[in-house]
Design a protein around this ligand. Structure first.
Ligand SMILES: [Zn+2]
Length: 181
């Protein structure tokens, strides 16, 4: 059977006569799998998923390589969508908070959401465009803050919190997502 989860998608559930506890794993396809002893109810599995979201997200993060690769055409249309919607957002946020960057690039290969070079070039993963707005803004403001602090020092995080309130919470939220391409 499978459980449909709002965060992790379709989760494959397998009951195993030999298993003694509930175990999570990630299939090569990127799908989350649960193996459980036969006596464990669906309800209990769902409850464990509910209380282990952070740990599960970490497990998924450690197992990249989703099986469903996007076609070249899909990647190009995502790139266009990202360009059209993220470019004005980066400009607006930079203007609003007085950041200066030199170039904006869009990446696909990266496993990161964004980066900022020491020359002030900001790269954003095109998959970012599919994230909720507040997380898009978080990534953009994170990278823009690197134009002031090229590191993850205390000052950097303070600056980021100043331009992006509740940044710590947003950082936790974005850890649940991966730049699938
Ligand atoms: Zn950073």
């Amino acid at each position: 059977m499978a459980i449909l989860d709002k965060q992790f998608g379709e989760i494959g559930v397998r009951r195993n006569i030999k298993s003694t506890h509930i175990k999570f794993s990630v299939a090569p396809s990127g799908q989350l799998r649960v193996s459980a002893p036969i006596y464990v109810s669906d309800f209990r599995i769902k409850r464990i998923i509910q209380t282990s979201r952070v740990e599960i997200a970490k497990l998924i993060k450690k197992n990249p390589l989703p099986a469903v690769k996007k076609t070249l055409k899909e990647v190009e249309s995502l790139r266009l969508k990202a360009k059209l919607s993220l470019t004005p957002r980066v400009e607006a946020l930079a203007t609003e908070h007085g950041f200066k960057y030199s170039k904006l690039r869009f990446s696909t290969a990266s496993t990161r959401w964004g980066s900022c070079s020491n020359k002030g070039t900001i790269s954003l993963n095109i998959a970012l465009v599919n994230l909720p707005d507040r997380l898009i803004d978080y990534v953009i403001l994170h990278e823009l803050s690197h134009t002031v602090h090229m590191n993850h020092s205390k000052k950097f995080w303070e600056h980021l919190e100043y331009v992006c309130p509740s940044s710590k919470n947003l950082k936790k939220q974005i850890a649940k997502y991966r730049p699938f391409l």
